[in-house]
Write a protein that binds this ligand. Structure first.
Ligand code: C5P
Length: 398
């Protein structure tokens, strides 16, 4: 499965670095070609010699090591298919998201043009630290996949989340990455994301809490799988993750979103992840309504974008249409109704009761199809994006 795949493994300063040696062994045994890069911290825990012995290649440690004409910081990611940072310390993730480049590893991350998988490793308080959480969220928003650490007794003696995932779990994540990598080559996909907004007057609007994180994660996973993706996102949606296969268009209202989605056809895949406002203000004002005028609004139903795609004539309908059902009650029952009323092949159902989903990085969902309901484990939005892409790819294969 990993035959001929080229992996750049960055080892940063954590006791978990010894497990990275085992990861190299698993990867090379599976046919991958691994190049190692150690930070100064990484070198404190494992030696470049160990890494070189297992990879069979020079281990990189210095920015300027006599090969400078090759510009190591650029070359290293160019000749890799994937960059894995394991262990990834809190400090290294912080450097990554701030665009720092004060050593070879951080400069490689700045200059990289390849997908990234992180295997964080740290003390539980560091993992729970709000500053670190913000950084990890930012790294994920920038497109990094995270293999979460485990709950256990940590090397420092404290108990909690922080222990780096086992080499086998990192290996599985790397393998799934490559399994998806070329699965949608040549396919075109449209994804809607985030909240639409409906104007009340020239300064006010109605909307909802959707952040667009899940739609962004799906669009990125589709792009990483080789599809050419058009992301149609609400104005307040988080920034689209950067990827050469991904073009992002911003829209305001449901009407705009419907128009842009239809203009973006034809497509092989449609994923409706946007939280589209069901109603628009029929008598909206072009001027600011004064307080003493009071509010007296009438609403009209918006077009259902997912339905308008799912029920297209077969020659125009994307082969795979995926919708979402965000519900607070009777989740599966409502998802099953949406599956047929919107003409979808898959409904991703998630319980949004108690603010458990909007704006968060985690999601708990069920896949609802004509014949089955599959409950998924809680996972990051990025991982759910990959699971949806795996489902889509399998469906397209028939
Ligand atoms: O009917 P409901 O809004 O719960 O359906 C959710 C699904 O339908 C999501 O996939 C959403 O993106 C899509 N939808 C849409 N246009 C609407 C309303 C919902 O595409 N006007």
């Amino acid at each position: 499965m990993l035959e001929g795949k080229r992996i750049l493994l960055i080892i940063t300063g954590s006791i978990a670095a010894y497990k990275s040696l085992e990861l190299i062994r698993l990867l090379t045994k599976a046919g991958a070609s691994v190049e190692g890069l150690l930070t100064d911290g990484g070198k404190q825990f494992v030696t470049p010699l160990s890494v070189e012995t297992l990879t069979g290649k020079k281990a990189h440690v210095e920015m300027w090591d006599g090969e400078s004409y090759q510009m190591n910081h650029i070359e290293l990611s160019r000749r890799a298919d994937l960059v894995v940072v394991a262990p990834a310390t809190a400090d290294f993730i912080s450097k990554m998201i701030h665009g720092r480049g004060d050593d070879l590893a951080s400069t490689v991350m700045l200059a990289k043009n390849k997908p990234v998988i992180l295997g964080p490793s740290m003390n539980v308080e560091m993992w729970e630290n709000p500053a670190f959480k913000r950084n990890l969220e930012a790294a994920q928003a920038d497109g990094a996949a995270v293999v979460p650490p485990q709950i256990d007794e940590l090397a420092c003696g404290e108990v909690g989340v922080g222990k780096m995932a086992e080499p086998a779990a990192l290996f599985d994540a790397i393998q799934s990455h490559f399994a998806l990598a070329a699965s949608l080559e040549g396919k075109r996909a449209i994804v809607t994301a985030g909240a639409t907004i409906e104007r009340i007057d020239s300064v006010r609007y109605i909307s909802n809490f959707s952040s667009g994180k899940q739609g962004n994660a799906i669009a990125l996973s589709l792009a990483e799988a080789g599809a050419s993706v058009t992301l149609v996102a609400g104005v307040n949606c988080e920034n689209a993750p950067p990827h050469p296969n991904l073009a992002s268009l911003t829209v305001e209202s449901a009407e705009d979103m419907r128009r842009v989605v239809h203009e973006s056809l034809p497509a092989d895949i449609f994923v409706g992840c946007a939280a589209v406002c069901d109603f628009k203000v029929a008598n909206r004002s072009d001027r600011k309504i004064k307080k003493d005028q009071g509010l007296d609004h009438h609403f009209e139903e918006n077009p259902d974008i997912a339905r308008s795609i799912g029920t297209l004539e077969p020659q125009h309908r994307p082969q795979v249409v995926v919708g979402f059902a965000a519900e607070t009650d009777h989740l599966i029952e409502n998802a099953q109704k949406k599956l047929s009323s919107k003409g979808c092949d898959l409904i991703v159902a998630n319980d949004v009761g108690g603010g458990a989903v909007f704006g968060k990085n985690e999601n708990t969902a069920s896949f609802v199809t004509q014949n089955a309901v599959q409950d998924l484990e809680p996972m990051s939005k990025k991982n759910l994006g990959q699971a949806i892409v795996a489902w889509v790819a399998a469906r397209l294969k028939g």
